[in-house]
Design a protein around this ligand. Sequence first.
Ligand SMILES: [Zn+2]
Length: 352
Amino acid sequence: MAQHDALDDRPLVRNEPCRLCGNTPAHLLAETDYWDIRSTRIVRCDGCGLMQLDPMLTAEDTARGALAYHVEESLRVSRHEQERNLVRNYRRGVHFAAGLQSRGISPQHMLEFGPGSGYFAEGMRRVFPQLQVVVMDVVPEVLVANKRDHGFAGIRSMPETHQAELDGRFDLIVARDILEHVIDIGAVLRNAHRYLRPGGHLHFITPNGHEDVWKHRLRWRLGGERSELLINHVNYFDGAGLRKHLEGLGFDAVQYYTYDMKPRRRGRGWSKARKQWAPVSAKHRSAEFTEERLHEVQDFRFNKDEVLPAWYRKGSLPLLRMLCAYQHGHLLRIDPARNIGHEIHGLFRKRD
Ligand SMILES: [Zn+2]
């Protein structure tokens, strides 16, 4: 893997074993600061290739930093842009469900980890009106909004915590943009496997770790300075390592590819130009966004009938499927083992 050697990472003994494979030999990729909450390092496991914070954040660190990020983002992103994201997620849900249907997969009971607005699952229900959706999140407001806007049942829990009563209850688990945030990825994937029935499917998207971590490595190796980590990406996945781990757990890949080459064309993941370097750590004060400016965030409530064009919900489904495929289909698909591209798309089936 040439891109590893290009930055001459140094071996180190990590503080905590890898949460995917349990090994301790590793290489140091970067030193970084998560807000003013924790100083840590990003290391790559020599065993499985997973890149991870070491020491890992605690659940309290994550909760505080994630709230600060949410407040900062809410103040930065306009209401209009937030609305557009809801519509996009709805269309992505339609497109994903249509893809399942074309493979003869018709889920009845779905669990989504970290559902956000819930619009992805709601888009899926346009294709599968009978789909029963349960959402899991630690933030009560997320569960309240999913219930209010879509009628989804909610479970307040971290995905790491095993809930025995969920074992074998679902034929689809969705984890979009979640796996990179969880502090115990091994436990989350084990739980997803347990909660599925044999033959059930796990769907996820997560950033290509090599591209995502590149900016931190540049700042550390070439700049000699600690980088700034504001969004809690605590796992950076190696395409081959992630697949191997899922297969070892008892999954088989149905679809596994990387898509979206735009950031790569702009130099992310390979260029050493200074504009690619992560900002130097400023140890941003998390209190500024958690205590001091939290009150400025308005509780945006979006009315589904106003956000979504009427024909999305009531018009021709074949036409909507065509639009969603046009907007969100991925024509260029690359094997994640090559570790290029922006986002990894996975659909894995639990073995019978
Ligand atoms: Zn490992």
